[in-house]
Design a protein around this ligand. Sequence first.
Ligand code: GLN
Length: 195
Amino acid sequence: MRIAILALQGAFLEHEMMLNKLGVDCFEVRQLSDWHQVKDGLVIPGGESTTQGKLLRDLGLLEPIREAIEAGLPVFGTCAGLILLAHEVEGNSPSAPVPPRLGTMNMTAARNAYGRQLGSFHAEASFKGIDGNIPMTFIRAPYIKEAAGEVEILSEVDGHIVAARQGNQLVTAFHPELDSDTRVHEYFLDMVKAR
Ligand code: GLN
């Protein structure tokens, strides 16, 4: 198994370390030639979704990645990665052009939705398909405001959806790569193995 990690910006190294800890081979995607390597799944890290979206477009990665996801490549997006996968996004600057994104998941993401003070916090909550609570670190996080029929809700914190799945697409508003608990990554690896 070999997992591609989008490494344009943000917390990609932490995902790489987590997957290495689980014995999984990874490679970083910084340009189109990297993307062409053989892969079984993709991780889109947290960071700044506007910056990542523009880089994806400028590097010619947006379309090939979208096509691969639509063809069933398993993808795991955390935080900014969740925003990039959302079909609709609320909370973008009204005066700036809409930032490019993949938009493959049938949901509306609310950006920076907890407000300035509550932008970063820690929680523990249940996660459908995993026994016991999962530690959740939120950093200027989005949440999922609306999820359409085929999107399965996996976790909610304070009434907000913070993890969901649509077929081979998995998203979390929090950063499992920043906690030592490896179970959300293992959940993703099970999706990759089941493909
Ligand atoms: N606030 C960031 C955004 O809107 C996401 C934050 C994160 O990935 N930790 O892109």
